[in-house]
Write a protein that binds this ligand. Structure first.
Ligand code: HSE
Length: 287
């Protein structure tokens, strides 16, 4: 059995802790054979455990504590701690592993509920499970969600070669904001979502860049966001936003304008990988 889980990008600017898209980078998990102890064969670096302390196994055992140990193989092209949902992909993979090996027959909503309880918010795990564009809420311990088609575009990922932990990126957020500001922030998010549902990326992109929930607080940690936005305006991009908690910035690009934008991004004096991605429409897949 092989399981494939897409990378994700949470927030899309004003959709903070609520909106996310699935992207065409993947975590792959393969179940090889029975064993006395859990073992994961991977080449993801020495910091990633290869025994049952790995988040994948921890998650699977949380969902189905009596699973028999297996040898697994894990590969991933989702960079770690860059705001592209690497840990969410592992959590979602662990839930699916438990679902299949334990014959649990979990529904999509049950998987999302469990993943959100583990992760804390639904915006990364929901698109990893459902694919495409997902809007989700997690209020009073219950998840509600809607999946919808995301309009066609290229997604340019500007991935700085430094890690930024979500905990650090959340530590700069305020405890509260003023009522009037929250109403404005919510209105901006609502228009962004409605524009996406209408297939209106030019308007969605404008609204993405007006976020009031988190990006202005996080800018101190990601000074390249404004530089990339300026380039985006020059080269006809729809919009740019911080991917999840950063430091990656995603730029939504009309397909015929991607090449010139990438060339401009390559000239920025910041050490980064630049990947041209697309939206994954399927979410988690089991082969
Ligand atoms: N919505 C979350 C954040 C995503 O921006 O902190 C990262 O887990």
């Amino acid at each position: 059995m092989k399981i494939r889980i897409p990378a994700t990008s949470a927030n899309l600017g004003p959709g903070f802790d609520s909106c996310g898209i699935a992207l065409s980078h993947y975590l792959y998990i393969e179940v090889l054979e029975n064993a006395n102890d859990w073992k994961i064969i991977h080449s993801l670096g020495e910091d990633i455990p290869d025994d049952k302390t790995n988040l994948l196994i921890q998650t699977a055992l949380k969902v189905a504590p009596n699973l028999a140990p297996k040898v697994l193989k894990m590969n991933s092209d989702i960079p770690l701690a860059r705001g592209l949902g690497s840990s969410s992909s592992v959590i979602v993979g662990g839930i699916e592993l438990a679902n299949r090996l334990g014959n649990l027959n979990l529904t999509q909503k049950e998987k999302l509920q469990i993943a959100t309880e583990i992760e804390g918010h639904p915006d990364n795990v929901a698109p990893a499970i459902c694919g495409d564009f997902v809007v989700a809420s997690y209020v009073d311990d219950e998840v509600h969600y809607v999946k919808h088609h995301f309009p066609m575009c290229d997604v340019i990922a500007f991935i700085p070669k430094v890690q930024l932990l979500t905990s650090e990126s959340r530590s700069v957020l305020p405890e509260s904001i003023a009522y009037k500001e929250a109403v404005q922030a919510s209105a901006i998010a609502n228009v962004m979502i409605a524009a996406i549902l209408n297939g209106n990326l030019p308007l969605a992109g404008v609204m993405m860049e007006k976020d009031r929930w988190h990006e202005s607080y996080r800018k101190q940690l990601v000074p390249h966001l404004d530089q990339i936005r300026d380039l985006g305006h020059e080269f006809g991009m729809y919009g740019a936003f911080l991917s999840g908690a950063g430091p990656t910035v995603l730029v939504l690009s009309p397909e015929d304008k991607t090449e010139k934008m990438v060339q401009a991004l390559e000239k920025l004096p910041i050490s980064a990988d630049i990947n041209i991605l697309s939206i994954d429409q399927e979410g988690i897949q089991v082969f």
